[in-house]
Design a protein around this ligand. Sequence first.
Ligand code: HEC
Length: 75
Amino acid sequence: MIVSLSIASFGFTAGLDNCQKCHKSDKAPDKMIAKAKIGTAADLMKALKEGPKNGMHKSLKDDDINGAAGALGLK
Ligand code: HEC
């Protein structure tokens, strides 16, 4: 399917799989980071761990977040 193809093209195995069970269509991870003005991997880490929605992201490990940051093109 489209999702796994786009992840494969980035060369990540984890990628956005961990996000997309909750983040779909108009709440896709790339749209969420644009809306929250997240521009770097550090911003993403901070938003998911300390932001207003950190309760939703408690189950994510640092590796999951870093993998997602990579798949989203954040550095
Ligand atoms: C258990 C469900 C769940 C998972 C898994 C999840 N999220 Fe979320 N996330 C949410 C919900 C719910 C919100 C709030 C949605 C809204 O504001 O409309 C949110 C909000 C966000 C926001 C906005 C944060 C802010 O401060 O405004 C970002 C960015 C985000 N998620 C990224 C991610 C990424 C990247 C992943 C994967 C590493 C992920 N999420 C995994 C449920 C989840």
